[in-house]
Design a protein around this ligand. Structure first.
Ligand code: GLN
Ligand code: ZN
Length: 763
């Protein structure tokens, strides 16, 4: 092929993925990096582990038959941080660290006296990236060492390497301005020369194709993303000394931005055909001379691909593009490595799933079928058909009792009496002092707790012994809270490994993997449960622990549940029904739990929804519908209780932005939120949105080991009182205490109670 610039372009490839995980199938990189931080692992050992993981990943892809392999998708911590380093755009405060790797980790995690970069969610996934800071003095300069080293390593190993970088538009759109700088996207023209230089160096290194990731093109985060991308890629494409370029969009539909890209001289475009639409691609003129990298295998969910359907999609696309490569919709960073590591899967479920390794093979089969015809791969297609048929007819997917219940739901089921009426009934029943004090749920995860959990897993102790150890933890936490003088107690959540997995393990319709680790940020991994069937609750999940805690004290103990949206957000979800349907099913299970708690005498129940904002769709047009069902699911979960039962909710952030109206509509009796870091400003925002129920602004930041003193908590409370008034104000930390030490917790809560006691006579 040769393009309009007259440069010879590389031959198109046919079989690939947009990226892969890097933490290692057994989390080898996590261990090596954490060992390096702790001084247990040498630099050489760390680098060897990393190199081995890269080699193993490349080999797997080559063995699966891929003819183009993503490289530079390895990262010691995060690919956006890698990009900031590549552009020499780290803030000056890290300049003190001479060693590049130590500087890198300082930016990622901070040091004793330097704050790290902020962390936030990567689009609508559960991966978190580090937010680059762009100040007036930030000057961009290419530092291509990492990417060139990985490319050389791959080419030397005979791997058909396709280096991957975060693109300039996405990089700047995800950055935040600091020190009075204007919007980072205003600096786009300064980045183009860096990328141009990078392209030249990659061409010198012998690279045929480079992948430039621009997922920002599927969002509405800035108005003129399409024209910005067109300007950048027209300019980069005009260069003759460069590899062929494929610009990757993913996580959604690029819409008209695809047309903008198609007008540029780039040689390839990757599109997400799972979250995006086929019509967009078929309807885009100007793809006829390009390689279309068709993401027909879902890169971020765990379901087996319907090969016939995918092949049909590919067939439809044949006429639209110059050539087609089969790919995943996005990097497989977001799914576990392999099904082979799961021993407890029943044959049915196993057949319905595909983790990363299985997806690599699906891509190969599809590319093979596109090339040689379906018949040449009939075995794989037949196997797939059988597995999918068994999924469609499995009784676990269609529980008539659950479906019947949902069909019979009325508006009444999601409605309680007006809030003031409830408040009166609750005052009567609970008789709490003004400015009630409480905590958000968890207490420190002590080594005794971790040991008990590990021993149970290893079969060294039985369920009865485990239960008695947890009870003794609960007793300790109750005693601690009584001695500190808190008003509303909690049981401390010692029995919960994780606030979603704990419930998923007890609900029918979920499967909890044994080794399905996925990177959440840096060295932190999570094991999202798989929601595969209709959800029901075989038996109460929390009643026993909560009533035990209540039996030890005369103070009210707050029951503690996770809300439907958060359970969904932190799981792999069904792809055979709308998300809202799954949310309502989970809501019914949580509702049953609230009613059981109420019947067991529990007067206060908290339903956490820290992920309410996380699931917000990327496109503005989709947001109202999401918020409507999210609110409905929460209300379905919480409106089954009596007026005198007090419903709390907890949200882990203070920048409410687009979800503020929804928070008011949740209509919880008490809402606890993060406010410490924004000096209670959030209360004014809530007030303006018409929020009139009780609120517990977090009066200190539990994310830091710092113990707040009594005076500063009192000041926060005074500030809060000005906006909220005494009748609606609760006093609590801004999140659960699980990551803190007991010493820090005792000191902080003692000051919290002292500040409250000091203020009560004034109100
Ligand atoms: N109840 C949970 C806890 O205290 C809430 C955690 C969260 O907000 N993420 O740990
Ligand atoms: Zn929280």
């Amino acid at each position: 092929m040769s393009d309009t610039t007259g440069r010879a372009s590389a031959a198109p490839f046919t079989t690939t993925v947009l990226g892969t995980a890097r933490i290692g199938p057994r989390r080898e990189l996590k261990r090596a990096v954490e060992g390096y931080w702790a001084g247990r692992t040498s630099r050489a050992e760390l680098e060897e582990t990393a190199a081995e993981l890269r080699r193993a990943q490349w080999r797997e892809l080559v063995d699966a038959g891929h003819d183009s392999v993503p490289v530079n998708t390895f990262s010691y911590y995060d690919q956006v941080l890698d990009t900031a380093v590549m552009l020499d755009a780290l803030p000056d405060r890290f300049a003190g660290a001479d060693d590049p790797l130590d500087r890198y980790f300082a930016a990622a995690r901070g040091t004793a006296d330097i704050a790290p970069l902020e962390m936030t969610k990567w689009f609508d996934t559960n991966y978190h990236y580090l937010v680059p800071e762009i100040g007036p003095s930030t000057a961009f300069r290419l530092q291509a060492d990492k990417i060139l080293a990985e490319v050389a390593e791959a080419l030397e190993a005979g791997v058909p390497a396709r280096p991957v970088v975060v693109g300039p538009v996405t990089f700047l759109a995800l950055s935040k301005p600091v020190d009075g700088a204007g919007t980072p996207l205003g600096r786009l023209d300064e980045l183009v020369p860096c990328y141009r230089e990078l392209l030249a160096e990659l061409a010198d290194a012998g690279v045929g194709w480079v992948q430039i990731d621009e997922p920002i093109l599927v969002t509405d985060s800035a108005a003129d993303l399409g024209s910005m991308a067109e300007r950048v890629y027209t300019s980069l494409g005009a260069e003759t000394h460069r590899p062929s370029i494929v610009v990757a969009t993913y996580f959604g539909d690029p819409g008209c931005r695809l047309t903008s890209l198609s007008r540029t001289p780039i040689e390839g475009i990757a599109v997400d055909l799972i979250e995006g639409s086929l019509e967009t691609v078929s309807g885009t003129p100007g793809l006829a001379d390009k390689l279309l990298v068709a993401g027909v295998v879902d890169g971020r969910n765990v379901w087996r691909t319907d090969l016939d359907k995918a092949l049909g999609t590919l067939g439809t696309l044949l006429g639209s593009a110059g050539s087609i490569a089969v790919s995943t919709s996005c990097s497989t960073l977001h799914v576990p490595y392999t099904l082979a590591a799961e021993d407890d899967l029943d044959a049915g479920l196993r057949g319905w799933l595909a983790f990363a390794s299985e997806k690599f093979r699906e891509v190969s089969v599809l590319a093979g079928a596109l090339r040689d015809g379906r018949a040449a791969h009939a075995v794989a297609f037949t196997e797939c058909k059988t597995a999918l048929a068994s999924r469609a007819t499995d009784p676990r997917l269609h529980n008539p009792a659950v479906r019947g219940r949902l069909a019979a739901i009325t508006v009444q089921d999601a409605t309680r009496a007006p809030a003031p009426e409830r408040a009166a009934a609750q005052r009567e029943r609970l008789d709490l002092p003004v400015l009630p004090t409480t905590t958000i749920g968890s207490y420190p995860q002590t080594s005794a707790i971790r040991l008990a959990r590990a021993s149970l897993r290893a079969g060294e102790i039985d369920a009865e012994e485990y239960r008695s150890r947890m009870r003794s933890e609960i007793a300790d936490v109750i005693e601690l809270q009584e001695s500190i003088g808190l008003d509303v107690l909690v049981h401390g959540e010692p029995e919960r490994n994780d606030m979603v997995q704990y419930f998923a393990e007890q609900l029918d319709g979920f499967f909890a993997t044994a080794n399905g680790w996925v990177q959440s940020y840096g060295t932190r991994c999570v094991r999202p449960p798989i929601l595969f069937g209709d959800v029901s609750r075989p038996q109460p999940m929390t009643v026993d622990w909560t009533t035990y805690a209540q039996s030890l004290t005369d103070k009210p103990v707050k029951g503690m549940l996770t809300g439907p949206v958060t359970i969904l957000a932190w799981s792999f979800v069904r792809d055979d029904q709308p998300l809202s349907e799954s949310a309502f099913q989970i809501a019914l299970a949580i509702r049953d739990e609230t009613i059981d708690l109420e019947n067991a005498g529990v007067g206060i129940i908290q339903v956490d929804e820290p992920a309410l904002r996380e699931l917000l769709p990327l496109r503005d047009a989709d947001k109202p519908e999401y918020l409507a069902w999210a609110v409905r699911a929460f209300r379905l979960a919480t409106c089954g209780v009596r007026d005198d039962t007090q419903v709390h909710t907890h949200l882990c952030y203070s920048e409410f932005g687009e979800v503020i109206g929804a928070i008011a509509e949740l209509d919880a009796d008490v809402t606890s939120i993060e406010a410490a870091r924004s000096h209670m400003e959030v209360l004014g925002v809530l007030d303006e949105a018409g929020f009139r129920n009780a609120v517990g602004p977090g009066v200190y930041d539990i994310h830091s080991p710092r113990v707040p003193d009594t005076q500063e908590i009192a000041e926060s409370l005074r500030a809060a009182l000005e906006t909220v008034g005494p009748a609606r104000l609760w006093v609590n930390p801004d999140c659960g205490l699980k990551t803190r030490t007991t010493g820090e917790v005792v000191a902080s809560l003692t000051n919290l109670v002292a500040a409250t006691t000091q203020l009560r006579p004034e109100v």
